[in-house]
Design a protein around this ligand. Structure first.
Ligand SMILES: NC(=O)C1=CN([C@@H]2O[C@H](COP(=O)(O)OP(=O)(O)OC[C@H]3O[C@@H](n4cnc5c(N)ncnc54)[C@H](O)[C@@H]3O)[C@@H](O)[C@H]2O)C=CC1
Ligand SMILES: Nc1nc(O)c(N)c(N[C@@H]2O[C@H](COP(=O)(O)O)[C@@H](O)[C@H]2O)n1
Length: 218
């Protein structure tokens, strides 16, 4: 692991066929038991990262609710700063520490809108967000561990540049299908299996009909 970045865990629930959401964006794949496991993990990391589309579609809280523990800092990758002020993330930014990571593409009016809320804005990148640069800036802020909770586009951003250490995937007992449904990893993907990071299976946990697979980078 590079010292200049935090420890990064990629986390998601997939269907048996590797989708994280249906074509309509329905993504409730985890069981209650698996959600408790996830919230326990959330309570142990310094921050959670999700992408702009995930906020738009899920309107998540990204807090610890199914167990006791501290809320991690919430970080949204949103190059142009288009997050809705009505989203739960913005509406609860006075209670839960929140960072919006933007790029130089953000307009002055979007920046001014964001500045009205008690959130921190980090600029990292010219067009899209430069994830490596962002991780360096987060490391400077003493953020040592991050849980990346999707979606598929963000996951590819981390995997493409080899910016992760662990992968925790819950395989849920559903079949979704459809070429336009969201996959665990979106983007262009690797052209050859040999380009894939090498992963070691650390553990398997069975939660009734769900399987939690924990892989570490070799
Ligand atoms: N089952 C599960 O565990 C999860 C499911 N989901 C589902 O995934 C879907 C959303 O996934 P996606 O559409 O793939 O969107 P996403 O949530 O990965 O967001 C992608 C967007 O983030 C922005 N972005 C900024 N900088 C970026 C960078 N460096 N790299 C990549 N993106 C960057 C871009 O606007 C990009 O379009 C939703 O339907 C959500 O429900 C999301 C998280 C977990
Ligand atoms: N682990 C996991 N299992 C699922 O079935 C999911 N749909 C997700 N989604 C991620 O969790 C966020 C929702 O968080 P809150 O319950 O609102 O705190 C969602 O936006 C995805 O990032 N994860």
């Amino acid at each position: 692991m590079e010292k200049s970045r935090p420890y990064v865990i990629l986390s998601a629930a997939t269907s048996i066929d590797g989708k994280i959401a249906t074509v309509t964006g329905d993504s409730k794949l985890s069981s209650k038991q698996d959600s408790i496991r996830l919230h326990n993990l959330r309570s142990k990391v310094d921050a959670i990262i999700v992408g702009k589309n995930t906020v738009l579609i899920d309107d998540p809280m990204l807090t610890v609710r199914y167990t006791r523990g501290k809320n991690p800092i919430r970080i949204i990758l949103d190059s142009k700063g288009t997050i809705s002020k009505n989203s739960k993330i913005i509406q609860t930014s006075n209670k839960v520490p929140t960072i919006i990571a933007v790029s130089n593409q953000i307009s002055k009016s979007n920046l001014d809108k964001l500045k009205k809320f008690p959130i921190e804005i980090i600029v990292a990148g010219k067009n899209s967000i430069n994830i490596k640069l962002l991780l360096r800036k987060l490391s400077d802020k003493k953020i040592k561990s991050i849980l990346v909770e999707g979606g598929g586009t963000i996951n590819w951003g981390f995997i493409k540049y080899d910016l992760f250490d662990e992968l925790i995937i819950t395989i849920s007992p559903f079949l979704i299908g459809g070429k336009n449904a969201v996959s665990l990893i979106e983007g262009n993907g690797f052209r050859k299996i040999s380009n894939s990071p090498n992963l070691r299976l650390k553990s398997i946990k069975r939660l009734k009909n769900h399987l939690v697979l924990n892989y570490a980078k070799v």
